[in-house]
Write a protein that binds this ligand. Structure first.
Ligand code: ADP
Ligand code: MG
Ligand code: ZN
Length: 488
């Protein structure tokens, strides 16, 4: 039986967060909640006789992305008309870059569970977004707020071979767009949109099979599920000796299937020609250098630095650097208290703290817990001033109130009991109060020691040093056993 390998390339569209649109002065508004058609003019609605003007900021944003993706920047690029009819496109064409894109031949490196990956980037170009149709019963409405919003298209080479590759590529790219502050890259709101091209080929072959293009992917989860489905579907066809049709398919989330939308259009269907109303875009290399020098530290470099500087695992570092505010928060906490292990700070941050943030739906830069308070909390646990259980209680409280961890530990009497005598007293008290369970323990039911441990912790109001309780409990049981035996 032949074994197949998936081949996947992504086309990504990201709305750029410029103040105004790509070719006119209309403000870019949040098209999910702004009053429909409140940010439109004669240019972005395609009135005859109007002239587009290129938005310099959009070009700058595009260059940031292209440079971060290691692309060659074209000194001259050309806008073209891509002609097609659709009611959300009043001009009858979209201004896009076709034969001479802004940038080509880059790559994005990232790390997956299965190892390092380098995915080549075929091209990065600028275009404009279309309007939005709202379908009602029996009629449709059109909102042109999104018409002419700067759109960046990023096309990868077909270098991905698993849904894991795709997921990590997509999250890394989203992370990059956010680091560069060029787009909110919010997939749920459609600010960033992924289309996946997928085909199968025999393992070991270098040829490309016939592909389908999967659209309508509204989340990373949907993208992975749609690709799994498409890989399975194409595999069935090939296994039965059939041929895959080259076509565009849409992911139907509720039914969990892809449905054919149309046969694949070819470039000549669009009658591309250079936009006669715009001169070729000339880019000054000095400007490119300036933008390159101003790029922030990017996620990949930050991840490597976190591993070498703070001795974090690559996995922990990847979790911390995905969002820049989280990475900044981590470094602020470490800087506040260099005595505390960065690994402990990272564990508390990506464990308990992420849990609270997710539950409350709060971004870390809006949290009431300052990096300083957070570092103090972790330090208290590390010094064994409080145990981990109390640490969680305190974190929950400062998360709600923004108070100081030290004051809360005092006010709530959470300081850990580390005095061996006090702990031994508690152990003896519990053993004395539970003769039946002690008997069961000696009769061979050793799991009862876990229950006894829980009783001691309860008697201590949860504040006892768990390691000391365990050691003392073990010792006390051993003593009891010996005294029983010698008493026989
Ligand atoms: P278009 O969709 O406009 O025809 P391209 O032919 O350049 O554009 O390809 C678009 C995307 O499809 C790219 O990301 C590319 O890597 C990917 N791709 C091209 N051929 C294949 C294939 N045989 N299998 C999987 N992906 C492919
Ligand atoms: Mg395509
Ligand atoms: Zn406009």
């Amino acid at each position: 039986m032949p074994s197949f390998e998936p081949v996947i390339g992504l086309e990504v569209h990201a709305e750029l967060a410029t103040l105004s649109k790509m070719f006119c002065g209309c403000p870019v508004v949040d098209s999910t909640n702004a009053e429909p058609n409140s940010s439109v003019c004669e240019i972005c609605t395609g009135m005859p006789g109007t002239l587009p003007v290129i938005n310099q900021r959009a070009v700058e944003f595009a260059l940031r992305v292209a440079l971060a993706l290691n692309c060659d920047i074209a000194e001259t690029s050309v806008f073209a008309r891509k002609n097609y009819f659709y009611p959300d496109l009043p001009k009858g064409f979209q201004i896009s870059q076709y034969e001479m894109p802004l940038a080509q031949n880059g790559w994005l490196d990232f790390e997956t569970e299965d190892g390092d990956r380098r995915i080549r980037i075929r091209r990065v170009h600028l275009e404009e977004d279309t309007g939005k149709l709202l379908h009602r019963e029996g009629y449709s409405l059109v909102d042109f707020n999104r018409s002419g919003v700067p759109l960046l298209e990023i096309v990868s080479e077909p270098d991905m071979h698993s849904t894991e590759d795709v997921k990590v590529f997509a999250t890394s790219l989203r992370s990059l767009l956010r680091y560069l502050e060029v787009s909110s890259a919010d997939m749920e709101k459609g600010i960033v949109r992924f289309e996946a091209n997928v085909s199968l080929r025999s393992k070991g072959s270098q040829d490309l099979g016939t592909r389908t293009e999967v659209k309508n992917l509204n989340s990373f989860r949907a993208m992975v599920k749609a690709l799994e489905y498409e890989i399975e579907r194409q595999g069935q066809i090939l296994m039965q000796g059939g041929e895959v049709q080259q076509e565009t398919v849409g992911w139907d989330e509720t039914r969990g299937v892809t449905v054919p939308q149309r046969s694949k259009e070819e470039a000549h269907d669009y009658r591309y020609f250079p936009e006669p109303d715009l001169p070729p875009l000339q880019i000054d290399p000095a400007w490119v250098d300036r933008i390159r020098n101003e790029l922030p530290e990017l996620p990949g470099a930050k991840r490597a630095r976190f591993v070498s500087k703070y001795h974090l695992t690559p996995y922990a570092a990847a979790l911390l650097v995905e969002e820049r505010p989280v990475a900044d928060y981590f470094e602020a906490a470490v800087a506040h208290d260099p005595g505390t292990s960065p690994t402990k700070i990272a564990n508390w941050l990506t464990g308990e703290y992420f849990g609270l943030l997710n539950l409350a739906g709060v971004e870390i830069d809006r949290s009431k817990v300052s990096p300083q308070s957070f570092a103090e909390l972790v330090a208290m646990v590390e010094r064994e001033d409080i145990n981990a259980t109390s640490g969680k209680v305190v974190l929950e409280e400062i998360f709600e109130t923004g108070g100081s961890p030290i004051e809360i530990v005092e006010a709530r009497g959470l300081a850990q009991i580390n005095d061996p005598q006090a702990i031994m007293d508690l152990v003896n008290q519990v053993l004395g109060e539970n003769p039946k369970q002690v008997e069961q323990y000696f009769a061979g039911k050793t799991t009862i020691s876990q229950w006894l441990f829980g009783q001691v912790m309860r008697a201590a109001g949860g504040r006892a040093n768990p390691a000391l309780v365990r050691a003392n409990l073990e010792q006390a049981l051993k003593n009891l056993e010996e005294s029983c035996r010698s008493g026989e």
